[in-house]
Ligand binder design. Structure first.
Ligand SMILES: Nc1ncnc2c1ncn2[C@@H]1O[C@H](COP(=O)(O)OP(=O)(O)O)[C@@H](O)[C@H]1O
Ligand SMILES: O=P(O)(O)O[C@H]1O[C@H](CO)[C@@H](O[C@H]2O[C@H](CO)[C@@H](O)[C@H](O)[C@H]2O)[C@H](O)[C@H]1O
Length: 459
């Protein structure tokens, strides 16, 4: 076999074509102009061969590091066609996260706490990991790639890397340290090297096999309501309000746990000014790309500018989830769990690590209840009765969530202006997200912005 680094050099042209086709590739807005290997580590030698690869992807003047698992063998394994990268000589090179024959090694290395090249494999203190398990990738992968080992463990391989300790791992460890009931237990990690800085490239957690995600549950409940036109939201068998209330409690408990583990800070006038400016800047950037947002800009600006005049004791800053929505919560037999503490995928690393008001997470969940209800109307002819029922579901569950939160912490509804500004800021972000990813859904956040800025109710 040739030098692994040369192999990646030989694949450069194939990778330029292949990377933008991947779901997790974050730079689909412009062509890839160059790919350069930063680190190549052989984890399995022979045929098949498994390489851990970090490449720097150039897109004009933007340079970003990505993590890949590259497999190489003479006889191709049965994996998705999108995994094929190219051929080098008479060997096939492919993205190997779907290759059951080779990915077991990642767990085994963590169990034995080995170091291979610049990769450090560790388990959490006191944890004993089973070895020899085969891994299957989960199909609902999003910004990253997750492998499930024997229905017991889930390993998330971070795709776009940011130097240093990953926020997802940092917060899971902190929450585990204070005994939080609402996370999947962190069990291990893989650390690489990026520009000389130890950098988290993987996180192993307990896999919760009985989990259903909140989005699936909530949208089922909305469908039940739509199918029973003679009943109100509270009378339908699939009513979600009890779950929404429990979820509100769980989120408040996680906030309290994060505050206990990592502390809080009072807000100062400069911070309020920075927040208002960030919201106004985000609005300007997205309105320049999405003309439909521009008509709402004056009212949005007025809502964001009100932040500057808030009393300082109204806000406390702490670590928060940062991108909380119904797809980031799992219902298990034991209660609700929160997952994926990385923050908004598009936000720069320093912003994700900044202390924030926990009301931002509350606003994220409130937006998500609205989404669950409104997405049922996407592509349907205008029908006021259906729209009314969607609104009824949303209001009922938003209120129930706030009730649950208020049973553990201060009632978020007492901070109406702040909550409104956070909801609107999230909706502006969503306009940008939908415009880039799901243009059919653009009307969902736009309708909410119109409703909220026209004095529509918040719970
Ligand atoms: N501990 C877990 N147990 C069971 N399923 C999980 C667990 N963690 C994540 N998942 C599933 O994997 C999916 C992706 O996880 P997530 O952390 O959101 O990854 P990404 O960063 O790629 O968005 C989730 O939507 C959920 O369905
Ligand atoms: O889960 P990610 O961290 O990748 O978050 C991104 O994608 C989400 C969609 O998958 C997006 O969430 C928006 O759509 C959800 C329904 O699909 C809805 O529940 C959320 O409220 C809404 O924000 C999220 O904004 C984006 O960062």
């Amino acid at each position: 076999m040739s030098d692994p680094r040369e192999l990646v050099d030989d694949l450069t042209e194939d990778l330029k074509r292949w990377l933008p086709e991947q779901r997790w590739f974050a730079g689909k807005d412009r062509p890839v102009t160059g790919v350069r290997p930063l680190g190549v580590t052989e984890l399995v030698s022979g045929d098949p061969q498994l390489l851990h690869v970090v490449v720097e992807v150039a897109q004009d003047d933007r340079r970003e590091p990505y993590q890949l698992l590259v497999g190489r063998r003479t006889h191709p394994p049965e994996i998705a066609s999108t995994s094929w990268i190219g051929a080098v000589g008479d060997l096939n090179a492919y993205e190997a996260s779907g290759d059951l024959d080779v990915t077991g090694v990642l767990l085994d290395l963590m169990a034995r706490e080995e170091t291979v090249g610049s990769l450090v494999f560790e388990h959490e203190p006191g944890v004993e990991l089973e070895t020899g398990l085969r891994a299957r990738p989960i199909t609902s992968e999003q910004s990253n790639t997750s492998l499930v080992y024997g229905g017991q463990y889930i390993l998330k391989l971070f795709r776009k890397l940011t130097p240093g300790k990953n926020k997802d791992l940092l917060l899971h460890r902190a929450l585990q340290g204070v005994g939080s009931k609402h996370i999947a237990v962190p069990l291990g990690s893989i650390t690489g090297d990026l520009d000389g800085e130890p950098t988290t490239v993987g996180m192993l957690q307990q896999f919760v096999s009985d989990a259903v995600d909140g989005w699936a549950m909530a949208t089922t409940s909305v469908r039940d309501l739509m199918a029973a036109p003679e009943l109100h939201a509270g009378e339908v068998g699939g009513d979600f309000a009890g779950e929404a209330e429990r979820l509100g409690r769980a989120v408040a408990e996680v906030h309290a746990d994060l505050a206990e583990a990592l502390g809080t800070e009072p807000v100062d006038a400069e911070e309020l000014e920075r927040s208002a400016k960030a919201m106004l800047d985000r609005l300007d950037t997205i309105a320049a790309r999405v003309p439909e947002l521009a008509e709402h800009a004056p009212k949005l600006r007025a809502a964001f500018e009100k932040l500057r005049a808030l009393p300082l004791d109204a806000v406390t800053m702490q670590y928060i989830h940062g991108d909380l929505h119904l797809g980031q919560v799992l219902r298990t037999v034991g209660g609700w769990l929160l997952i994926d503490f990385e923050g908004e995928p598009a936000a720069p690393v320093e912003e994700r690590h900044a202390l924030r008001s926990p009301l931002r997470d509350v606003a994220g969940m409130l937006r998500s209840f609205d989404y669950a209800a409104q997405q049922m109307l996407v592509g349907q002819p205008d029908e006021p009765a259906l729209a009314e029922r969607a609104h009824e579901w949303s209001e009922r569950n938003r209120a129930a969530f706030c009730e649950g939160y208020a049973a553990v912490a201060a009632d978020p509804r007492e901070q109406g202006e702040l909550l409104r500004a956070f909801e609107l800021d999230k909706a502006v972000y969503e306009v940008g997200y939908e415009h880039a990813n799901r243009p059919d859904w653009l009307g969902v956040p736009l309708a909410s912005i119109a409703r909220i800025t026209n004095g529509g109710t918040t719970p």
